[in-house]
Design a binder for this molecule. Structure first.
Ligand SMILES: [Zn+2]
Length: 71
C-alpha cells in the first residue's frame, strides 16, 4: 500500500466526511475547527455540534439527536 504517496489531503477529506458512523465514539483527532459550542434545545446541556448553530433553530446534542432520529 502507498499511504504516503501524496500529501494526505484525500485521506483527511474522506475521514471527516464518512466513516464516522458506527464508530461509537467521538473522534476529534482531525481538529475541532469545525465544532461549535451550543446548548441543546432538548435537554439544555452544553454540547458541541459539527456545524454552525443557526440562530432561531433548535440545536440538539448527540443524544437527543439520535433519540429524535430513532422515533
Ligand atoms: Zn440534548
Amino acid at each position: 500500500m502507498r499511504e504516503q504517496d501524496g500529501n494526505g489531503r484525500d485521506f483527511e477529506r474522506r475521514s471527516s466526511g464518512f466513516g464516522n458512523r458506527g464508530n461509537g465514539g467521538p473522534r476529534r483527532s482531525f481538529g475541532p475547527k469545525d465544532w461549535h459550542k451550543a446548548v441543546c434545545s432538548e435537554c439544555k446541556k452544553e454540547c458541541e455540534v459539527p456545524f454552525k448553530p443557526t440562530e432561531g433553530k433548535p440545536v440538539y446534542c448527540k443524544e437527543c439527536f439520535s433519540k429524535r432520529r430513532d422515533r
